[in-house]
Design a protein around this ligand. Structure first.
Ligand SMILES: Nc1ncnc2c1ncn2[C@@H]1O[C@H](COP(=O)(O)OP(=O)(O)OP(=O)(O)O)[C@@H](O)[C@H]1O
Ligand SMILES: [Mg+2]
Length: 246
C-alpha cells in the first residue's frame, strides 16, 4: 500500500540545512499497524507528514497504492489526502468555534459531499467512537479523550484506507491513552484500515504489529512486535479511578 524508496528530506534554513530524513526505505502492506519510534528530532513527524502527503520529499520516490505521489503538486496532494488518508494528532486539532458535528463534517465539505450524506456519515462516525450524544457540543466542553475520539471520527468520515496518527496519546493520561489506542486498534482489525502511528512511548508501540525505529533520519530497526497487546483487554483490566477522563 505504501512504498518509500530512498526518501530524503532536507530543510533549508538559509545559512544551514537540516537533513531530517537521510534515505528511508519502507514498505507497508494493506492492513498493517505500524509504530514509528525514535527520540525527539529523529524525523518521525517529518516522515509521517510525507506519508500523509502533507509535505513532499526533497528526493526519493513515494508510491501510495501504486501511484507515485512524490511529484504531485499541492492541489493533487490535497486531493489524495482528502480521499484516502485520515489524520489524528497529539493536540486533536479541532476547531474550537465549531460544533463536534461541524468539525467532523469538514473533510466531507472539501470532498463536496451533499448535506444529507454529511449528516448521516457524521452520525455514523461519532457513533463508532461512542459519542453519539455529542453532535452539538463544542470541543472545549469535552475531555481530552473525548476530543481525540471526535478527531478520530473526523479522520474516518471519508472512509480512508490509511490512518496516520502522530503521538495520538501524547496529551492523555494512561487509561485514556489505552482507550484511544483501543479505538485505533479496532479501526485496524474491524475495518481493515492500515495504521501508521508515531509514538515515543514503548508501551503504546506494543499495541501495533510492527515497530520501526528511527535515528537521525534513518531506520535503525524494523521488526514485528512479539505478543502484540490487545487494548480492549488491557482496558477491561485497568482500574478506573475516576470518570473524569472517560
Ligand atoms: N519545518 C521545519 N523547518 C526546519 N527544520 C525542521 C522542520 N521540521 C522539522 N525540522 C527538523 O528536522 C528534524 C526532524 O524533526 P521531526 O519533527 O521530524 O522530529 P520528531 O522525531 O517528530 O521529533 P519529536 O519527537 O520531538 O516530535 C529536527 O532536527 C527538526 O528540528
Ligand atoms: Mg514529532
Amino acid at each position: 500500500m505504501l512504498k518509500l524508496e530512498n526518501i530524503r528530506k532536507t530543510y533549508d534554513m538559509g545559512e544551514s540545512q537540516v537533513n531530517a530524513l537521510r534515505g528511508i526505505d519502507l514498505t507497508v502492506a494493506e492492513g498493517e499497524m505500524v509504530a514509528i519510534m525514535g527520540s525527539s528530532g529523529s524525523g518521525k513527524s517529518t516522515l509521517l507528514n510525507i506519508i500523509g502527503c502533507l509535505d513532499r520529499p526533497t528526493a526519493g520516490d513515494y508510491y501510495l497504492d501504486g501511484e507515485n505521489v512524490s511529484g504531485l503538486d499541492k492541489n493533487r496532494l490535497a486531493a489524495v489526502r482528502n480521499k484516502r488518508i485520515g489524520f489524528v494528532f497529539q493536540g486533536f486539532n479541532l476547531l474550537g468555534r465549531m460544533t463536534v458535528q461541524a468539525n467532523i463534517q469538514l473533510p466531507m465539505i472539501y470532498a463536496g459531499t451533499n448535506k444529507n450524506e454529511m449528516d448521516a456519515r457524521a452520525k455514523e462516525a461519532l457513533n463508532w467512537v461512542g459519542l453519539s450524544k455529542y453532535l452539538g457540543h463544542y470541543p472545549n466542553q469535552m475531555s481530552g479523550g473525548q476530543q481525540q475520539r471526535v478527531a478520530i471520527a473526523r479522520a474516518l468520515v471519508n472512509n480512508p484506507s490509511l490512518i496516520l496518527a502522530d503521538e495520538p496519546t501524547g496529551a492523555l493520561d494512561s487509561r485514556t491513552s489505552i482507550e484511544i489506542v483501543s479505538i485505533i486498534q479496532q479501526l485496524n482489525i474491524e475495518k481493515g484500515i492500515t495504521v501508521v502511528m508515531v509514538t515515543h512511548e514503548k508501551d503504546i508501540s506494543q499495541y501495533c504489529r510492527r515497530l520501526v525505529n528511527l535515528r537521525d533520519g534513518r531506520i535503525t530497526e524494523d521488526a514485528p512486535v512479539l505478543n502484540q497487546r490487545n487494548a480492549a483487554a488491557d482496558l477491561a483490566a485497568f482500574p478506573k479511578e475516576t470518570e473524569a477522563g472517560a
